[in-house]
Design a protein around this ligand. Structure first.
Ligand code: CTP
Ligand code: ZN
Length: 159
């Protein structure tokens, strides 16, 4: 038995997002647009012990399935995450997240002079994946590189 089973019980139907880097669970919820006001029961475990990651976070959402676009987006903040679809207490499907080759509209370019940051230009920010481990993206408009920490910073609320 591992420590997570001692502290967060199993869910009946829904989604378990496992192997999230320690401290990133709230950013995963932000990526999914889950605020708590939707009414789902959500369990969040932050900094659980993990042999693989050292510390990991786990998010369990009762009564909510993820669509494939959401699964892809989680890879921005949790590149090693596994998505477990739970049905009647059993893991019905386990998926590993994977960053799509191209990421459109989810991030801002860090270069303030990039055309995708000009308010008058109807340009959707767009990035190509240079590396998946560690995450490295490149802006398709100006060539600026975006690191994992810069991606995470965009999903972290200030203060
Ligand atoms: N889980 C849950 N409720 C269930 C079934 C599973 O909360 N009814 C959780 C488990 O606690 C675990 C995750 O879903 O955090 C994946 O479950 P499982 O595949 O049984 O665990 P592992 O084999 O350890 O997963 P992995 O190999 O992906 O690490
Ligand atoms: Zn750019």
């Amino acid at each position: 038995m591992n420590s997570e089973e001692l502290t967060v019980k199993k869910i009946r139907d829904g989604t378990v997002i496992d192997h999230i880097p320690g401290g990133q669970a709230l950013n995963v919820l932000r990526i999914l647009g889950i605020t708590g006001e939707e009414g789902h029961t959500v369990a969040i475990m932050i900094n659980a012990q993990s042999r693989k990651l050292g510390k990991k976070d786990i998010v369990k959402i009762e009564g909510r399935e993820l669509v494939s676009g959401e699964v892809d987006r989680i890879a921005l903040i949790a590149p090693e995450a596994t998505i477990n679809l739970v049905k009647n207490y059993r893991v019905a499907r386990k998926t590993k997240v994977k960053l799509p080759d191209e990421i459109k509209g989810l991030l801002k370019c860090t270069n303030p002079n990039c055309i995708s940051n000009k308010p008058r230009e109807p340009v959707t920010p767009s990035f190509r994946v240079v590396s998946r481990t560690p995450t490295l993206l490149v802006c398709e408009y100006c060539g600026t590189y975006i690191t994992y920490d810069e991606v995470a910073a965009q999903y972290t609320l200030p203060g």
